[in-house]
Design a protein around this ligand. Structure first.
Ligand code: SF4
Length: 343
């Protein structure tokens, strides 16, 4: 049996034609799955019975199972999913008023071993298929309780640009008005700075948001926390960002985790301003480090965070401070998975 979510609309239309059914049923099937959240073909009441039976023999809809769930007092919910091969991945639902943001994973584990991230601790296992990524979105959509899933961020486990084809295929279905219909500007890819992926993304006809994990203002410090910097150093990365902005006319958000005694002093703020000041469309999103006991990482103090933000602001940098959510659960990437003994 095949995961029906692996098929784009045109592919499903071709499949239905090959079974002898008109292709317009493909849009109905998309609507049942992605808009109504139906996960059984037998409930698709406007399809002929023969078609329901046929696709029920050939395909399945939802491939993952819930393995664990943690709910924060602020409403943030973290889901641990078991895939068909028993691997585990995490997704988080972050509600705000009637809307919610789904933070989803793109890989099982991760190759990039960022020091502040529990996801990279056990190394990389495999890419998620497009259908598995869509499973996460579908599950969140069906379980957001009183809110609409309006935003998707690829900020869970994995480097999305290291699983380019599957991530882009899933984004086209997340964005499609026949499927989830989530606007491209409400979909964010967050990367550790994979230059070939950013160059490729600049050529796509998609208005999605790009966010780059920076976390240090110079190569020495960045390589300490993000080994990927040895392959794609800051000079090349910033040149690539200039080209991305020139091609897309879209803003890039730079994520910057403020880690105590590491990258949160005035010297780092000055270097960061120098690094980014010539980028035409850039924003810095400051994030207090999430304590990861396994990695001995602690957040900068509140006065340090405020001073850092103030320095950037006064230097003309567009800067925001991310409100931490889900602090009373294992909110950092990979922590719930680690807790379940899977690396
Ligand atoms: S931050 Fe992202 S790229 Fe880095 S190890 Fe974690 S999941 Fe991988």
């Amino acid at each position: 049996m095949q995961d029906i979510k692996e098929l784009a609309l045109a592919e499903l239309q071709d499949q239905l034609l090959s079974y002898g059914f008109p292709k317009y049923h493909a849009k109905q099937i998309f609507s049942w799955i992605y808009q109504k959240g139906i996960i059984e073909f037998s409930s698709m009441s406007n399809l002929p019975l023969a078609l329901r039976n046929k696709i029920g023999e050939e395909f399945y809809i939802l491939g993952l199972k819930l393995a664990d769930l943690q709910k924060s007092s602020d409403g943030t919910t973290k889901f641990l999913f078991e895939l068909e091969d028993k691997n585990l991945v995490e997704a988080v639902n972050i509600p705000a008023a009637r809307r919610s943001t789904g933070c989803i994973s793109s890989q099982v584990g991760c190759k990039f071993s960022c020091r502040f991230c529990a996801s990279g601790l056990g190394g990389f296992k495999r890419n998620l298929r497009a259908g598995e990524i869509l499973d996460e979105v579908l599950y969140l959509k069906n379980n957001t309780q009183g809110t609409d899933l309006t935003h998707i961020v690829f900020m869970g486990t994995g480097e999305p640009l290291d699983n380019y084809e599957n991530v882009l295929k899933s984004i086209r279905i997340i964005n499609s008005c026949d499927a989830f219909n989530i606007g491209a500007r409400r979909i964010t890819i967050s990367t550790s700075g994979i230059i070939p992926g950013i160059e490729r993304l600049a050529l796509e006809d998609l208005q999605i948001e790009l966010s780059i994990s920076l976390h240090a203002p110079d190569d020495k410090r960045r390589s300490q926390v993000m080994p990927v910097n040895q392959k794609y150093p800051l000079k090349d990365l910033i040149r690539c960002c200039h080209e991305y902005i020139a091609k897309t006319n879209r803003q890039i958000t730079f994520e910057y985790i403020l880690i105590k005694n590491f990258n949160s002093g005035t010297d780092a703020a000055q270097e960061l301003v120098n690094l980014l000041k010539d980028l035409r469309l850039a924003k810095v999103n400051l994030i207090p480090a999430n304590p990861v006991p396994e990695l001995k990482i602690m957040p900068a103090s509140k006065p340090e965070i405020e001073a850092f933000k103030e320095y950037l602001f006064k230097s003309g940098i567009n800067v925001t401070l991310r409100q931490e959510r889900g602090e009373d659960i294992d909110a950092a990437c990979g922590q719930l998975r680690l807790r379940h003994g899977q690396k």
